[in-house]
Design a protein around this ligand. Sequence first.
Ligand code: SF4
Length: 355
Amino acid sequence: MPVGFDEKDLARFPFLTEAQAKIAGSQLNHLDTFLASGIGRRIIQKATDRVEAALTIPPQGLLDHFRLSEGDISNPLESLYTYGMARIIVSCLNDRTAFERLINYEARRSSFFLMNDDSNETAPVEAARREAVAAQLGLSLSGNTVTVPAYIEMVAGLQEPLWRLVNREVYGGLVRVYPTEMEVLLRERIRVVIRARGMPRVPPEVCEHLAVSVGHLSAVLQGQMLRDLGPIDESRYPPCMNALLAALLTGRNLTHMGRFALTAFLHTIGLSTTRIVELYQRSPDFDIEKTLYQVEHISGRSGTEYTPPSCATMETNGLCAGRDGLCERINSPLGYYRKMRGKAAPEQEPGEDGV
Ligand code: SF4
């Protein structure tokens, strides 16, 4: 039986093709007039709130947030446009962490609605609609298998051993999944679909119009990042960063990549530009102007804030030194630093780095 989606469905599942078409044909395509209108201003505020929720609410708090924000759907079209505007604002924010957090938020929101249907429809209608949503994601709620490539793509962000392919029943190119696992797989699949679409290209003049929201969210993001990382604690540094610091402090020159990795790491965990430049003073070829320029460049003065390289890149550049047991469970020096904090006071769901 073919299933039609109503506006409320589109608001709940804005990744659907029909929802994307609705946004594409909406006033969001005439941003200059839309942003200045009353409804435009209201949607900018709602979108700013939505992105702020994505940046600040930890995964374990999102279910309550979605339950409480269910009222938003009383105006489905506004909710759908708010989704589109949130993507525009994050595009102006131009920050990978913000992008990933919005994706995470939207994936959890839609999977929440998919698994917690509150409509008054009869069970078969409700089941058919949920099945149609899952079908657009290439999944079947009633099925118990997923193809190997789709499975690998979906579980790429899940770190618990349970999801590793070697721990699954695989036969004939299919992976067996259980109904209780479907919510997680749907969420991950929605994440893949939203990420694949990327962020919209936004003209600079539109970003200028959104400068107040973008500035506010930028400050929220910076504060949140420092809170996530906690107070600077050298005992949590990964072996590679300790090795780079030791080399620096004993007066040895670092390679260009070594300088970049160390600077990006120290900046991301919250060290000020001044403190980072002070560390480089021990370098034999120390040049304050050059060092200041490089540190400020990596820290975002040029408009792009760099994050430390992944472990794979560190290894390729010969910078992965002194691996220890924790290194087996992370993908980046920053992940190591976070996990070291998690050892003392776990705050995130297992398998999530929160980024
Ligand atoms: S595995 Fe990663 S965190 Fe560990 S030492 Fe190598 S680069 Fe650093």
